[in-house]
Design a protein around this ligand. Structure first.
Ligand code: CTP
Length: 432
């Protein structure tokens, strides 16, 4: 019988929900409810300490499945329970994830049902940490989080807010709806897209460029490179061949990409123009310096030589790449990024000026949308169309959604824009 009820975005999917021993374990009950409301069949896995916070019976009653707690557990037919669960899973979400659990997972220690299952699984894994702010900021935890990212796990950054300790800090479990979106996006990347970018050559720039003042000092910016690295990682997952041109970065770069180091704007320009002829797509996520010192001191300036810096504008790499791209048929898809402060009013004019298909604009003063955070709230600006604000998402999820757009532009072929018409009339090069 058709009830007319919407199927839900997780309809027919098996999602394993791993709950570890944090005070936020009670919030996993709401997460379970929301996953089920999206149509998922949810099985809960718990560590023994999680069971001290919330009784397994609560999860069993709400999920209609027994809770798996012991990596040594066998099913009645003798099969190993966590291996069966791992094989059945379409996605695994660990929420809340404690510092201890992440340390065990980062080191492949299979002492609890969740780590054992993740080790045996091929499904995408989403991890939502929750702990005291000091614990989250500790270099050991930070290193473990980066290690999990390097496995391809998606980290849903904790929020800043009231913690169980009574303190305010960065360590509060992300809201259930954000975690559900991350699960849907993780599944989307593997199930929905498959390898839809196989055979495509994608060039991504990431990080900030640095313009030398002398051999030691430079003018730089706060870009971490995470947005560009996430795009590269997502494109690789979808089968693309990726060249990642990087300035200064402070995040791990995906191992499957071909990495080109380009510390200055001039070097990045050269690298982009060299990579462009073979590319289907250029995504300029780098924070490129707009000015550089007109002169670079050959030796380190001393204290008594405090300079008055004279700056000159740098080359606009994207605008130049767009000029070159217009002479090619089919023209590569061009995506620009614009980090604005306070308003996105200039974004459409910028998209036109740069000659891009899409401009991904964000206001870096907004909470969760700036540098060195794992989330972003972006607005997609397409010349001639109404700007499209996207909700707050992890940078990896923004990357996948953006690649959806890129994939449809590639599939549709690139329509000639006004620039194409003007350029083709005066082009001296034979289109390739
Ligand atoms: N960009 C570039 N070369 C530059 C500066 C920026 O290729 N010299 C690229 C960035 O990588 C980004 C896009 O252009 O994809 C927009 O960058 P943004 O700094 O916002 O634009 P600007 O041209 O610097 O414009 P304005 O300074 O007026 O904001």
């Amino acid at each position: 019988m058709n009830t007319g009820a919407p199927a839900g975005r997780l309809h027919g999917r098996v999602v394993l929900l791993g709950v570890t021993g944090s005070i936020a374990a009670y919030k996993a009950v709401e997460l379970l409810r929301r996953l089920a409301a999206e149509g998922a069949s949810v099985q809960v896995l718990m560590t023994h300490s999680a069971a001290a916070f919330v009784g397994p019976l609560t999860f069993e009653a709400l999920s209609n499945h027994p809770v798996l707690r012991d990596p040594l557990e066998l099913l009645p037919d003798g099969r190993i329970a966590h291996v069966v669960a791992a094989r059945a899973a379409d996605a695994i979400v660990v929420a809340p994830a404690t510092a201890h659990w992440m340390a065990a997972m980062a080191n492949g220690l299979a002492g609890d049902a969740i780590t054992a299952t993740c080790l045996a699984a091929e499904a995408p894994v989403v991890v939502a940490p929750a702990m005291d702010a000091g614990m989250y900021a500790h270099p050991a935890t930070a290193a473990n989080v980066e290690r999990l990212r390097a496995f391809g796990y998606r980290i849903v950054e904790p929020a800043t807010g009231a913690l169980a300790s009574g303190l305010i800090g960065h360590g509060r479990l992300a809201e259930p709806e954000i975690i559900v979106e991350a699960v849907i996006a993780a599944l989307g990347a593997t199930v929905r897209h498959g390898r839809d970018l196989a055979g495509r050559r994608i060039v991504v720039t990431a990080g900030g460029t640095a313009e030398p003042i002398d051999p030691v000092r430079y003018i730089g910016n706060r870009s971490s490179g995470r947005m560009g690295a996430s795009i590269a990682e997502a494109a690789l997952d979808r089968g693309a061949t990726v060249t990642l041109i990087v300035g200064q970065t402070s995040v791990p770069l995906p191992p499957g990409a071909s990495i080109v180091s380009a510390p200055t704007t001039a070097e990045m320009r050269a690298a982009v123009l060299e990579a462009l002829p073979g590319a289907d797509v250029l995504l300029m996520a780098a924070a490129v310096a707009d000015f550089r010192p007109s002169r670079r001191a050959p030796t380190k300036l001393t204290r008594d030589q405090a300079p008055v810096l004279e700056l000159e504008p740098t080359e606009d790499i994207l605008a130049e790449a767009a000029q070159v791209a217009r002479r090619r048929h089919p023209r590569p898809v061009l995506v620009g990024f614009a980090a604005e402060t306070g308003s996105l009013a200039r974004a459409e004019e910028k998209a036109r000026r740069k000659g891009v298909d899409l401009l991904v604009a964000n206001d870096v003063l907004e909470p969760g949308a700036g540098f060195a955070v794992d989330t972003n709230r972006v607005t997609i600006v397409t010349p001639g169309q109404v700007p499209e604000p996207w909700p707050l998402m992890s940078k990896r999820d923004v990357a996948d959604r953006l690649l959806d757009r890129v994939a449809s532009l590639l599939a549709a072929g690139r329509p000639a824009d006004r620039g194409d018409v003007a350029a083709s009339a005066s082009a001296t090069e034979v289109p390739q």
